[in-house]
Design a binder for this molecule. Structure first.
Ligand SMILES: [Zn+2]
Length: 136
């Protein structure tokens, strides 16, 4: 299993600075994220979240800050954005107009996101015979 991890400082209830660690990875064909909190001073360990679905903004920001965004682009022009939009809508709860915008980004300058998000999307596109490449 490959994934991305980021650690951010977070204040513990005991008053010390503790570490919040977030992870994003692909598991069983789904995009997952989890978070945990650990304090070296008082020994507190909390499992914040673990489950499939899109990561919330603070988790994405931590990952993007630690690793930088990547861009996913369609490898070849497609005759119609329809199949691309279908994949996008299957992968996230988005509207038709949002899907169109994202599909246009994919076919032009590229869609930016975390590596795991783009790897996940790339695999979903590939299943429908749409080839995409990941770059910076
Ligand atoms: Zn503590």
């Amino acid at each position: 299993m490959t994934g991305q991890t980021a650690k951010t400082a977070s204040r513990c209830a005991c008053g010390s600075m503790a570490v919040r660690q977030v992870n994003q990875f692909v598991l069983n064909d789904e995009l997952w994220w989890d978070s945990e909190f650990s304090c070296g001073a008082c020994g507190t360990y909390l499992c914040g979240h673990a489950g499939p679905g899109p990561a919330p903004d603070d988790v994405r920001e931590a990952l993007l800050t630690a690793h930088g965004p990547v861009r996913l682009r369609l490898a070849c022009p497609v005759p119609s954005l329809g199949p691309v939009m279908k994949v996008l809508r299957e992968s996230a709860a988005i509207s038709l107009s949002q899907a169109r915008e994202l599909a246009e980004d994919l076919s032009q300058e590229g869609l930016a996101g975390t590596l795991q998000e783009m790897e996940f999307l790339k695999a979903r596109l590939q299943l429908r015979g749409i080839h995409a490449t990941i770059g910076r």
